[in-house]
Design a protein around this ligand. Structure first.
Ligand code: C5P
Length: 233
């Protein structure tokens, strides 16, 4: 898979999601299904979007004991998504179990990527609530290396970290980066943002874009603009 734009379908119902996806009559966007939509509609929403020909990143961020995550991943593997994820904080044993569960009897599996520290966690919260006292940039990089050593395919990270992750974990280790905004757009609640062009220059493999596309007056045009800046150049 090459560089691509993943559209975060952060909708609360199948109807809203299909009203949105129906607007795309040309290129089928790569779609991210997160907790909101998955918990609202269940696995059927994944099958339906897949049947329409979209590639899917199922963003459920699993984090539990290894045996539970392994069994959950085995169930998710049957949904035939392209990418799914978990929290690296679950440790190596959990990540290895997840890979085992995700691998189908024929040896194929979706790509598996790790969340490092959530971008909503800052240094102060990490020290106070998690008792982790290292600089957060080092913690993120340590989690990325641990995920790579466990056999995972990449991480979700800020586009600002993508270059460093590639340096530490190899060019083939995927960086999937939210926090993307157009140069002339609203940043909303995202604090550390990059444009699609900057994300491409720094080496992101996938950008995850939600509101700049879903809330645009012309979502298809906004999507095409992302593709033009990030993929087609
Ligand atoms: O609307 P927006 O472009 O901010 O959406 C970004 C998407 O990426 C959302 O689905 C959000 O949950 C997700 N995300 C994020 N930051 C992370 C991990 C995921 O913004 N660190």
């Amino acid at each position: 898979m090459g560089r691509d734009v993943i559209v975060a379908c952060d909708f609360a119902s199948a109807k809203q999601t299909f009203d949105f996806l129906d607007r795309f009559t040309g290129r089928k966007p790569f779609v991210k299904i997160g907790m909101e939509l998955y918990y609202a509609e269940g696995p059927e929403i994944v099958r339906q979007i897949k049947a329409r020909g979209h590639r899917i990143f199922l963003d459920l961020k699993l984090h539990d004991i290894p045996n539970t995550v392994k069994k959950a991943m085995a169930v998710l593997s049957r949904l035939d998504v392209d990418i799914t994820n978990l929290h690296a904080a679950g440790t190596t044993a959990m990540m290895e179990a997840a890979l085992e569960g995700l691998t189908r009897p024929d040896g194929t599996r979706p790509l598996l990527i790790a969340v490092t520290q959530l971008t909503s966690t800052d240094q102060a919260a990490m020290e106070r609530d998690l008792l982790i006292r290292e600089p957060i940039a080092d913690v993120v990089m340590h989690y990325a290396i641990t995920a790579r050593n466990a056999g995972l395919d990449g991480v979700v990270c800020s586009p600002l970290e993508a270059g460093k992750v590639h340096d530490a974990c190899g060019a083939g280790f995927l960086t999937v980066t939210p926090g993307v905004r157009f140069a002339d757009g609203d940043t909303g609640d995202q604090k550390r943002v990059m444009t699609p062009t900057q994300a491409r220059e720094i080496g992101s493999d996938y950008i995850v874009v939600g509101r700049p596309i879903t809330a645009a007056s012309d979502p298809v045009a906004a999507y095409e603009r992302c593709v033009a800046e990030f993929v087609d150049k």
